[in-house]
Structure formats: structure tokens, C-alpha cells
Design a protein around this ligand. Sequence first.
Ligand code: 0WE
Length: 261
Amino acid sequence: MSTSGLLKGKRGIIFGVANKRSLAWAIAQAAHREGAEIALTYQNERLLENINELAPEIGAKLVLPCEATEEKDLIRVFEAVDREWGRLDFLVHAIAFAKKEELEGEYLKATADGFQLAMNVSAYTLTAMTRIARPLLAKAEKGSSVVALTYLGGEKVMPGYNVMGVAKAALDMSVRYLANDLGAQNIRVNAISAGPVNTLAARGIHGFSEMLKHVRDKAPLKRNIEAQEVGDAAAFLLSDYARGVTGEILHVDAGYNTIAW
Ligand code: 0WE
């Protein structure tokens, strides 16, 4: 049940829950705790089993398949939301993909195909889904909130992040341009730049444990972050407490982004 109820009476959709370690799931749990009603999407049959286990934990009744790069899927999802709710108070984008071979070695070796795939999945989908959701987001009486997940590798060079870094740079600028387009309708658009967390998205990434240790040693808070801290920050951005915040990249990274050495 809701304790402080930051999101009481709000209805939102979250894209990108793959399993219980997903940052999207931490956001879903925080939003549920704060009293929101939540819809979830899952990418494919492979992830349906996970979602079917997780959705009941947060009382999510609307659980929809969605390949976010397919406009017809996005249209179908927001038609379903329109039928069920007739409006949308928030939308969370927690989707990224690059080919594994693009996430190691030199950026220079990026192929056109690999570059375009990372850009399309990790950056363009935010613009596409926000455009399609716009009429629903505009119906929220106290304004609505879009939150995306980004990473420091889109601001500064991180070895191996490569095409994902270029895609996150595009995502960050998309957040600002979308915020500017939608501000007049009281639709806010922000991103959370999370520090590294051991999720499915981090699995098999070369040198990831060393990176966790480096951040733990160097970050002002002298520790790594937990998924729950991303969930709590998202709850703020999705809430009316953040009503004056848009086009912002909020770093939830134990302060790591502020240090040069
Ligand atoms: O955004 C990310 C990773 C997103 C991601 C992860 C994978 C792994 C499996 C995108 N595509 C794929 N493709 C796969 O096949 N992060 C912020 C986590 C991450 O990824 C890195 C990092 C960090 C941190 C890659 C290289 C260096 C650091």
C-alpha cells in the first residue's frame, strides 16, 4: 500500500522491465509504493514469463507486448491505454540496445548497421513513443511527466560504451528538444543518468566489475548506487514536486559525474 503517496491518483506506463534487476522495475516498484497505477510493456515472448511474475507484485493489470521500434506496436499500446484510462500521467523509457561487438574496443569500428540500430532502439524510440502518447499525456489535469534513463557515457568518453555513448548523447538532446516542444502542454521531459548497476544490461560487459570498483573508490559518496535509488529519484521526477523541472538530466550516480580524477 501507499505510504507517502507521492504519485497517488496517477496512471503511468513503463517500458523496459526485463527482469527483477531492471532499473525499470525499481522505478515501477517506487511508483507503486507511492500510489501510482502502472501499465507495463514487454519486448517479446522471451520476457513474458518474467513480466507475468512481476506484474502482480505491483498490481499491474495492463501488461502489453511492445517492440518499441515498431510504430504499429506503439500505436496499439497507447490505444489500449486510451481505452483503459483515457489519459496518461507519466511515461518511463528504459530501453537501450547495441550489438555486443559494438560495446568493446574502438568506437571507430562501428558499422553503419550497428550505429543505426543503437540510435534507433536507444534514442529514437523516446521521440516516437512521446509523439504517439502526446494526446494522452496532454489530458493529465496537473500536467504529465516523461522520464528516460541515460548514462554518463553520452557526455564523456567511457571506454567501450562507444555507439551507446553516441546514442545517449542523442537521447539527452532529445529530452531537451522534447521538453521544449511539450512544455506549453505542461508535459515535462527529463532523464536520470544512473551510475553503473549490475543489471541484465550490464551482463557480459567487459570490465564491468572494475568499473563498479572504480566508481566506488572515486565517487564523492564512496559507494555504488542501488537500483532503488534510481526508483526513488524517478518517483520525484514523475511527481508534482518536480512540476518546475523539465529538460533536466538528473545524475543518480553517487556524485561520480562531478569529479575529474
Ligand atoms: O546503457 C548501458 C548498457 C546498455 C546495453 C547493454 C547491452 C548488453 C547486451 C545496450 N546494449 C547491450 N547489448 C547487449 O548485447 N549501460 C549504462 C551499462 C553499461 O554498458 C557499458 C558500460 C556500462 C556502464 C558498456 C561498455 C562500458 C560501460
